[in-house]
Write a protein that binds this ligand. Structure first.
Ligand code: ZN
Length: 279
């Protein structure tokens, strides 16, 4: 079995708050077989997001993060979100590709680095895609589901925060086009994955810290919040995108000096959610 993820647990009894960072992994498996330059490929990482949110465990939250890169297999897609034109043989299971896959080449297995070019100069085998699902995608999903279920069983409710970062500018292949992004985008799939008061608590906290925050625009939240957000059952799920320009150099992926300040802001978010969100 491969090493797909890490879990950082709080001291003492975990609170009903689970963070996950599905896209910050940077351990590139030897069998990836991409043809695009590695440094260009690395721009797809939500680099350092697990470290940015690491302080949440000080407040009793649990943090899960993927170790593998999202360009290898993307945990924020369903396992049937496959572009069969990438394969060298017929896929033996049902497929259900989304528009992200068909129109932008960023499905379960990424085809393109958006505007920067194709990732492979070859077709992928059914066996290697199946192996990525079994050894990376499913263990990550099982770990997240276990943490959320355990918190729900202990507390009768759970809040899951799915943590990401976004390029400071969109491009011609993104939903919003080539425009600057706000500091944060907070998403609940148009009010379906989280109680409105919790979303409001997050947005108010970030705005009070002096940041610009957009809600469900340009991101509405994708597979992980869709899968886990069932507010009527006391299972709340929110997606947060942090603007990478706030904390790192987007060309070199190196952290900016104010990284520590951003860590404090985000660990403070966990504290505020636990005291004020009433979920
Ligand atoms: Zn992401």
């Amino acid at each position: 079995m491969t090493d797909a993820f890490r879990i950082h647990r709080p001291q003492g009894t975990p609170k009903s708050l689970v963070f996950d960072s599905p896209h910050s992994g940077s351990i590139y498996p030897d069998d990836f077989g991409h043809s695009i330059d590695r440094m260009i490929l690395r721009r797809s990482e939500d680099a350092h997001v697990e470290e940015l949110f690491s302080g949440v465990t000080d407040h009793g939250a649990t943090l899960l993060h993927a170790l593998f890169p999202r360009s290898y297999i993307d945990p924020n897609r369903n396992e049937d979100d496959i572009d069969v034109t990438m394969l060298d043989a017929e896929w033996p299971h049902a497929i259900n590709p989304t528009s992200k896959t068909l129109e932008r080449g960023v499905g379960l297995i990424w085809k393109d680095m958006k505007a920067l070019g194709p990732i492979y100069d070859r077709k992928l085998s059914v066996a290697e895609v199946s192996q990525r699902i079994v050894e990376y995608w499913r263990p990550y999903h099982a770990a997240l589901a276990d943490l959320i279920d355990a918190a729900h069983a202990s507390h009768g409710c759970v809040l899951h925060i799915d943590c990401h970062s976004m390029a400071s500018m969109g491009d011609r292949t993104t939903e919003d086009g080539a425009v600057p992004r706000p500091d944060f985008v907070v998403s609940d799939r148009e009010g379906t994955t989280c109680a409105p008061r919790i979303l409001k608590c997050v947005v108010n906290y970030l705005r009070n810290c002096g940041f610009t925050v957009s809600i469900n625009d340009p991101y509405k939240g994708f597979e992980l919040v869709r899968r886990h957000g069932r507010p009527a059952e006391g299972r709340h799920s929110l997606q947060i995108e942090v603007n990478r320009g706030l904390y790192m150099d987007e060309e070199t992926l190196s952290k900016k000096p104010n990284f520590v300040i951003m860590q404090k802001v985000l660990s403070g978010l966990a504290a505020v959610l636990l005291t004020e969100a009433e979920y």
